[in-house]
Design a protein around this ligand. Structure first.
Ligand code: HEM
Ligand SMILES: *[C@@H]1O[C@H](CO)[C@@H](O)[C@H](O)[C@H]1NC(C)=O
Ligand SMILES: *[C@@H]1O[C@H](CO)[C@@H](O)[C@H](O)[C@H]1NC(C)=O
Ligand SMILES: *[C@@H]1O[C@H](CO)[C@@H](O)[C@H](O)[C@H]1NC(C)=O
Ligand SMILES: *[C@@H]1O[C@H](CO)[C@@H](O)[C@H](O)[C@H]1NC(C)=O
Ligand SMILES: *[C@@H]1O[C@H](CO)[C@@H](O)[C@H](O)[C@H]1NC(C)=O
Ligand SMILES: *[C@@H]1O[C@H](CO)[C@@H](O)[C@H](O)[C@H]1NC(C)=O
Ligand SMILES: *[C@@H]1O[C@H](CO)[C@@H](O)[C@H](O)[C@H]1NC(C)=O
Ligand SMILES: *[C@@H]1O[C@H](CO)[C@@H](O)[C@H](O)[C@H]1NC(C)=O
Length: 544
C-alpha cells in the first residue's frame, strides 16, 4: 500500500471511529436497509413489486389505479397533520386512524396501508415503511433519489383534520402549508411534485370529474398530466404552454381548481422554472419530498441517511449441529454502483469469509468461500448479488467475528471488508435452534410457539436466559398494527450434542392473529454480566 492509500485508509478509519460513518452491521435498521437496497428476486425487500411498473396497481390488479401515486398521496396526507408551532404530527402513520375523514376519501389509503403492513416490525415502524415506500416508488417512476432516514414512531390515534381540500381558497392553502412548514414557493413545488403522477377519481370527486368511468377505468381516474406514469416535469410544461388537462387546474368546476390557484400563486414563476428545466424540477422535488418525509414529531430523532451497504450479511446464523459442530449458514450480499459492478458475472466473483475464534485468534483454517446465488437480484440503486455461506466451525474454538475478502472479478485484487474496522460480529453463546422449534396452528385455540435454543456453558453461570418476543396487535379504527413486546424466560431442558452447550426451551402464546406485521424474537443469555443475543429471528412457521 502506498502512503496516500495508507493515509486514506487511516482517515476513513478515524472517520468511522468519530461516528461519521455510523452504519455497521448488525443495526436496528437492517430490515429497512435490506428493503431499500434489494427490490426483487433473491432477498428482495418486497416493496418495489408493489409499484412496478409505475403506472399500475400490481397487487390485486386494480384497473385504472396507480399504487405509486396512492402511496405518495397517503404520505402527504399523513404528514399534513404537522403543526410547526407545536412540533406535533407529521409523518407518524396517524393516517391509519383518519381514513374515514372526507379529506382522505377513497379506498386507496387502506389498500396502501394493508400493503405496507406486511413490512411493519419491531425494527420498521409503519411510518418508516411509508417513507421508504414513497422513496422507492418515486425512484421507480423515474423520479429523484430521495435520501432515506429511519426512526419514525407511529401514532396511536388520529391527528388534527388539517389536510388541504380542493374547494378551499388560496389563502387557506397558504396558511395550511405554512403550518406544515412550507412557504408559498415550496407549496407550489410540493403540489406540482405530488401531482406529476396519478390523478383524480370521479367516484371520490364527482364535483371535479365527470363522465370518466369505463370498464377499464371503473373509478373514473383523470390524470394530472400526459405522463401520469413518469415522474417528470410535464405537470409544469403543460400548465405553462396551456395544454394542461389537470382536473384540479382546468377542471369544469372552478371552485375545485386549487392547482390553478396554487400554480399561479407567484405569477407562475416557480412553474415556469420547472417547465424550462426538468433537472431543476427533479432536484426541487427531491429536496421537498425529502423534507415532507422527514417532517416528524419533535420527539422523534431520525437516523443518519441509510445507503446500501457494499457488503452485508443476510440471514446469517449460527446453530449447533447434531454432531456437536457449529454451522454458520446464510448469505453475504455484495452491492456496487460502478461499471465493474454492473458487468460482473457472479460466478466469477471470489467471496471469502474468514473468521476469528472466540478468543479473537485467526487461523488459515478459519475460512470458507461463499458461492453465488444463481441469479443476481435487482436494485434501484446499483447492482446486488448474494453469495451463500455454509461453513462448519469447531465448537471449542467457536467464532467471534469475520471479515469478507471479495472482488467483482477473479482477476482483481481483493477488497477487504471489515464492517468499518471491527469485523462483522457473530456470537456463539446464545443460539436459536430451528430444529424442534415449532408453532401450533393458528386455527387451534390458544396457539403456542415453542422455541429451542442452546447456550454455552463454559463461560460461567448463566444468570438469565429468555426470549424477547415482538408480535402485533390490531388497533381499533386502523388497519395498521401495533408492535407489542413480551419476555419469556427460557427453561433449562437438558444437554445437547456438544458438551459445551445446554439446551433451553420455552413455550408461550403466539399471540393475536393479525393480517399484518412481522413477528420476530431474540434469544438472549446473560452470563457474568454480559448479554449475548441472537436477534431478530423471524417467526417460526414449522408446525408442531
Ligand atoms: C392544496 C393541496 C392539495 C390539494 C387540494 C390536493 C387535492 C388532491 C385531490 C382532490 C386529489 C384526487 C384524489 C383522488 O381522487 O383519489 C389528489 C390526488 C393526488 N395528490 Fe393531491 N392535493 C394537494 C397537495 C398534494 C401534495 C402536496 C401531494 C404530494 C406531495 C399530493 C399528492 C397527490 C397524488 C400523488 C395524487 C394522486 C393519487 C392517485 O392517483 O390515486 N397532493 N390531490
Ligand atoms: C421559500 O423558502 C425558500 C428556501 O428557503 C426560498 O428560496 C424562497 O424564496 C421562499 N419563498 C417565499 C415566497 O418566501
Ligand atoms: C363545484 O364544487 C363545489 C365545492 O365542492 C360545489 O359546491 C359545486 O356544486 C360544484 N359545482 C359544480 C358545477 O359541480
Ligand atoms: C357529463 O355528461 C353529461 C351528459 O352528457 C353532461 O350533461 C355533462 O355536462 C358532462 N360533464 C362534463 C364535465 O363534461
Ligand atoms: C399562469 O399560467 C396560466 C396557465 O398557463 C395562465 O392562464 C395564467 O394567466 C398565468 N398567470 C400569470 C400571472 O402569468
Ligand atoms: C458435522 O455435521 C455437519 C453437517 O451436519 C457436517 O458438514 C460436518 O462435516 C460434521 N462434522 C464432523 C466433525 O463430523
Ligand atoms: C490452526 O488450526 C489448526 C487446526 O485446528 C491447529 O493445528 C493450528 O495450531 C492452528 N494454528 C494457529 C496459528 O493457531
Ligand atoms: C380502513 O380500515 C379501517 C380499519 O379496518 C376502517 O375502520 C376504515 O373504515 C377503513 N377506511 C375506509 C375508507 O374504508
Ligand atoms: C444427554 O443426556 C442423555 C440423558 O441423560 C444421555 O443419554 C446422553 O448421552 C447425553 N448426551 C450427550 C451428548 O452427552
Amino acid at each position: 500500500m502506498d502512503m496516500r492509500r495508507a493515509k486514506a485508509v487511516l482517515l476513513a478509519a478515524s472517520l468511522f471511529v468519530s461516528g461519521v460513518y455510523a452504519y455497521v452491521w448488525p443495526s436496528p435498521y437492517d430490515f429497512l436497509e435490506d428493503a431499500y437496497t434489494v427490490s426483487a428476486r433473491f432477498g428482495g425487500g418486497g416493496i418495489v413489486p408493489g409499484v412496478d411498473p409505475c403506472g399500475v396497481s400490481p397487487f390485486g390488479f386494480l384497473p385504472g389505479r396507480q399504487a405509486a401515486s396512492e402511496w405518495l398521496r397517503l404520505a402527504y396526507h399523513d404528514m399534513a397533520t404537522y403543526n410547526i408551532e407545536t412540533g406535533l404530527g407529521g409523518l407518524d402513520a396517524s393516517i391509519g386512524f383518519e381514513t374515514t375523514r372526507a379529506q382522505n376519501i377513497g379506498t386507496a389509503m387502506n389498500t396502501s396501508l394493508v400493503f405496507f403492513g406486511a413490512f411493519q416490525s419491531k425494527t420498521s415502524s409503519m411510518s418508516d415503511v411509508m417513507a421508504l415506500g414513497v422513496i422507492l416508488a418515486m425512484k421507480n417512476c423515474g423520479g429523484p433519489s430521495i435520501p432515506f432516514r429511519a426512526g419514525r414512531i407511529d401514532a396511536v390515534t388520529g391527528g388534527p383534520e388539517t389536510v388541504p381540500e380542493p374547494q378551499q381558497d388560496l389563502e387557506m392553502h397558504t396558511a395550511a402549508f405554512a403550518l406544515q412548514g412550507f412557504n408559498v414557493t415550496e407549496m407550489i413545488g410540493l403540489v406540482a411534485c405530488g401531482h406529476t403522477i396519478g390523478g383524480v377519481h370521479q367516484v371520490d370527486f364527482p364535483l371535479s370529474v365527470q363522465n370518466a368511468t369505463s370498464a377499464q377505468n371503473p373509478e373514473g381516474v383523470v390524470h394530472f398530466d400526459d405522463s401520469f406514469d413518469s415522474f417528470d416535469n410535464h405537470i409544469a410544461t403543460q400548465w405553462i404552454d396551456g395544454t394542461s388537462t389537470d382536473p384540479l387546474a382546468v377542471g369544469f368546476n372552478d371552485t375545485t381548481n386549487s392547482d390553478a390557484r396554487i400554480f399561479a400563486a407567484d405569477g407562475n414563476t416557480t412553474m415556469r422554472a420547472f417547465a424550462w428545466d426538468p433537472e431543476f424540477f427533479s432536484s426541487q422535488c427531491g429536496s421537498l419530498l425529502e423534507r415532507m418525509l422527514n417532517t416528524v414529531p419533535n420527539t422523534v430523532q431520525l437516523s443518519e441517511v441509510i445507503d446500501p451497504l457494499p457488503v452485508k450479511p443476510y440471514q446469517l446464523q449460527l446453530s449447533l449441529a447434531t454432531n456437536g459442530s457449529l454451522i454458520m449458514s446464510g448469505y453475504i450480499r455484495i452491492f456496487g454502483t460502478s461499471a465493474e459492478a454492473a458487468a460482473a458475472s457472479e460466478t466469477d466473483m471470489p467471496v471469502t469469509l474468514s473468521w476469528k475464534d472466540r478468543n479473537g485468534q485467526s487461523n488459515t483454517t478459519y475460512s470458507t468461500s461463499a458461492l453465488a446465488v444463481s441469479q443476481p437480484s435487482t436494485s434501484l440503486w446499483g447492482n446486488v448479488r448474494f453469495f451463500q455461506v455454509d461453513a462448519i466451525i469447531e465448537s471449542q474454538s467457536g467464532i467471534s467475528s469475520f471479515v469478507v475478502d471479495w472482488a467483482f472479478n477473479s482477476q482483481d485484487t481483493l477488497t477487504h471488508s471489515d464492517n468499518g474496522g471491527g469485523g462483522f460480529p457473530l456470537q456463539d453463546v446464545a443460539l436459536f435452534q430451528a430444529d424442534n422449534s415449532c408453532v401450533t396452528p393458528a386455527s387451534q385455540a390458544n396457539p403456542t410457539t415453542t422455541v429451542f435454543a442452546v447456550i454455552r456453558t463454559d463461560l460461567g453461570p448463566i444468570t438469565s436466559a429468555y426470549i424477547d418476543y415482538s408480535s402485533n396487535v390490531n388497533q381499533e379504527g386502523s388497519v395498521t398494527v401495533k408492535q407489542v413486546a413480551a419476555r419469556f424466560p427460557l427453561v433449562h431442558f437438558g444437554n445437547s450434542s456438544s458438551p459445551l452447550y445446554d439446551t433451553y426451551s420455552v413455550s408461550f402464546p403466539t399471540g393475536e392473529t393479525t393480517n399484518q406485521g412481522v413477528i420476530t424474537f431474540d434469544v438472549v443469555a446473560v452470563i457474568t454480566g454480559k448479554t449475548y443475543a441472537s436477534a431478530n429471528n423471524l417467526a417460526i412457521t414449522t408446525p408442531c
